[in-house]
Design a protein around this ligand. Structure first.
Ligand code: FES
Length: 213
């Protein structure tokens, strides 16, 4: 929660609780995906970049696809105007979400959009290890546990900020922005928040770990 909301909650607790209750009640007949898409639209309308970074991953977790997010933005054009939609798309592209990768190259067929980038030789990652990497436009965390290689997106699922290399140690990573902590064996958030790290599509070819992006 922002400092401003914290302040208002302290200064006007009853009014603010009533406001939050209103928001909850107002959406109780909506399925979670629709509610999350509407929240994204309201954040774009208010032009709050942090709000978009926070609510867009929620919409994806609620089952919205990238195409549905784009359609929702375009349908809201009469209220948002084109410039806010372009502003929102810039933020979405900065977030480097794998869900949106397929619409970044609309002219190509799906098989042609599959660009695989070399991450590291398989031997470079030891059991229980975690390594930060940049490959193509992807920044991620390469891990190996119980013989399986798993590649996580290094962007925090909370607000999409990058978890830097310095904050990855052993089998855990901590986002420096709001201290969400992640277990790199499971990708789950172990303190501070809720959602876990996003797993990126990866494969091993000729002893090299590759990530799609
Ligand atoms: S952006 Fe808030 S914990 Fe990572």
């Amino acid at each position: 929660m922002s400092k401003a909301l914290d302040y208002l909650l302290n200064a006007r607790p009853e009014a603010m609780q009533a406001y939050f209750s209103f928001l909850k009640k107002a959406g109780e007949h909506l399925d979670p995906k629709t509610a999350a898409l509407i929240s994204v639209i309201t954040k774009v309308h208010a032009k709050t970049a942090n709000g978009v970074r926070q609510y867009l991953p929620r919409a994806l977790r609620a089952g919205a696809t990238a195409d549905e997010v784009i359609d929702a933005l375009l349908m809201a054009m009469p209220a948002l105007g084109f410039s806010k939609i372009v502003w929102a798309i810039d933020i979405i592209l900065e977030m480097n979400l794998p869900e949106f990768a397929h619409v970044a190259k609309p002219a190509a067929k799906s098989s042609e959009t599959e660009t695989w980038h070399e991450v590291a030789p398989l031997g470079a990652i030891q059991e229980g290890d975690a390594k930060f990497f940049q490959a193509g436009s992807r920044r991620g965390i390469l891990t190996q546990n119980a013989g399986s290689v798993v590649v996580y997106d290094a962007h925090c699922p909370h607000k999409g900020n990058l978890i830097p290399e310095a904050n990855i140690a052993g089998d855990s990573a901590v986002c420096p922005f709001h201290e969400w902590k992640f277990d790199l064996k499971s990708g789950k958030c172990t303190s501070g928040g809720g959602a876990g790290l996003r797993v990126l599509p990866s494969k091993i070819e000729n002893g090299i770990v590759l990530v799609k992006g």
